[in-house]
Design a protein. Structure first.
Length: 453
């Protein structure tokens, strides 16, 4: 007799899916997969001292059959001395109102309920009953539809607080386990139809692979999915290590000097990570958008590209800035001009040939030693962590503290426009200038920042 439970227990240990005294929300449809998951977790509960919260969601799609499933789940949980949580959701109406397929709508509403129960019960995780065949189906579905590495992972044993202990088992093994335990289950009639793309893969493609190419096709696809997940984990660790993404409430900034040192594959994942910080749902982003951002990163400063849902990206000197839809400040800053001229030209044009310190009192134009500054500044709004050099010795002071000292109203601080290099502010426009790049008689090149109009 095969020890299916041991395979699952080993997977739980390997991927650290459970800990002692965990509360676990468990999706229970009444089908073979979820019944198997429930019985297995009950058998393992003595080892982990688990508290199980089975949840059944009636999607209001299949009429009498859905009521049969609900009744089955209630009877099963009553037999096992578990309290079943039942929820009814009108999936057809939700799908129609939100331009989703019924499959997408059902998944979203189902997981919303799972998360609500998890919060209410202070549970540690949500256990769902996907198995190895599901993982292979997802892999092939994503591959056929078009995907990158993330889609080739299929589904992972652990995704945030969602755990999938049964990914090590084939569907046939799940049914064998239930026969050994003498356990019944219900069958969703829609799973037997080929109307859905996944069901076509399940009933036609995968059996064809196993019969005509390799009987272990599912196991082999799952192994490649596991390898893809490990590879993606490594790439994402490189994204974290390079630390080139800065996330703000209204935008995401990417340090292009750091980005250019990365392999293109890692750079692409940087773009993916940045966009996930901008969008609540990532499904509208395609390879075309990733390529556009990469091209922008190597293009000319000032160039822009539009992104879905009103967002926009712009190359701003040594940064790529992705603006959220409600924040498009680049147009506001078009009135500011930065230019670099020789000291002689600046002296002639600005000071009439004689070094005159009174020119530094102008409110709409500031002058800095370009070689001391090291690069052109970015014109932007104030950000947390900004600072200014406040004396010739090089002492720093946070711009927030300067605003406090100068009694700048809190509402006006976030609207403050600055000329900055990284976090150092050369000029807080309308407030004061810094002293790290002052023009003097030894200056060779002058950086002029002008506010037009």
């Amino acid at each position: 007799m095969a020890d299916y439970l041991s395979k699952v227990a080993e997977s739980i240990e390997r991927y650290e899916l459970l800990s002692k005294h965990d509360g676990v929300v468990l999706g229970l449809s009444g089908g073979a997969d979820s019944v198997c998951l429930l019985i297995m977790l009950l058998e393992l509960s003595s080892k982990y001292d688990l508290k199980l919260y089975p949840v059944h969601v009636n999607h209001m799609i299949r009429g009498e059959e859905a009521l049969r499933d609900e009744a089955f789940c209630k009877a099963l949980c009553e037999e096992l001395n578990l309290d079943l949580i039942c929820e009814h959701v009108d999936v057809p109406s939700y799908a129609a109102n939100n331009s989703l397929s019924e499959e997408e709508a059902g998944r979203k509403l189902r997981y919303d309920i799972f998360r609500k129960v998890m919060c209410k019960k202070h549970a540690a995780s949500i256990a769902v009953a996907h198995h190895m065949d599901d993982r292979a189906e997802t892999y092939l579905f994503n591959l056929a539809r078009g995907t990158k590495l993330a889609g080739l992972c299929g589904m992972n044993p652990k995704s945030g607080n969602i755990i999938r202990p049964l990914l090590v088992l084939r569907r046939a093994e799940i049914e064998a386990y239930l026969r050994e335990r003498g356990r019944d289950y219900v069958t969703d009639s829609t799973n037997l139809e080929d109307e859905y793309s996944r069901n076509y893969i399940r009933h036609e493609i995968i059996p064809g692979f196993c019969d005509r190419i390799n009987h272990a096709a599912v196991e082999n696809i799952a192994a490649v999915a596991t390898y893809s997940a490990e590879l993606l984990d490594y790439i994402r660790s490189e994204v974290v290590r390079c630390a080139c993404i800065e996330v703000y409430v209204d935008r995401v900034c990417i340090d292009l000097n750091k980005l250019r040192a990365l392999h293109r594959v890692v750079a692409s994942e940087v773009m993916v990570t940045a966009l996930k910080s901008v969008y609540d749902e990532y499904k509208d982003i395609t390879d075309r958008h990733i390529e556009a951002l990469l091209s922008l990163s190597y293009g000319v400063s000032g160039k822009k590209t539009d992104l879905p849902k009103g967002c926009q990206a712009q190359r701003v000197y040594d940064k790529l800035v992705i603006y959220k839809a409600a924040y498009r400040p680049c147009e506001t800053f078009s009135e500011y001009v930065c230019e670099v001229v020789s000291f002689e030209e600046w002296l002639t044009v600005t000071c009439g040939g004689v070094y005159d310190k009174s020119v530094f009192l102008k409110e709409d134009e500031k002058y800095f030693d370009y070689d001391k500054a090291g690069e052109l500044p970015v014109i932007r709004h104030r950000e947390d962590g900004d600072y200014m050099i406040i004396d010739r010795v090089g002492h720093k002071k946070k711009l927030a503290d300067i605003c406090t000292d100068m009694k700048v109203e809190r509402m006006k601080r976030d609207k403050l426009v600055v000329a900055a290099i990284g976090g150092e502010v050369l000029w807080a426009i309308g407030l004061r200038g810094g002293m790290s790049a002052l023009v003097d008689e030894d200056t060779k090149r002058v950086l002029i920042i002008t506010k037009k109009g």
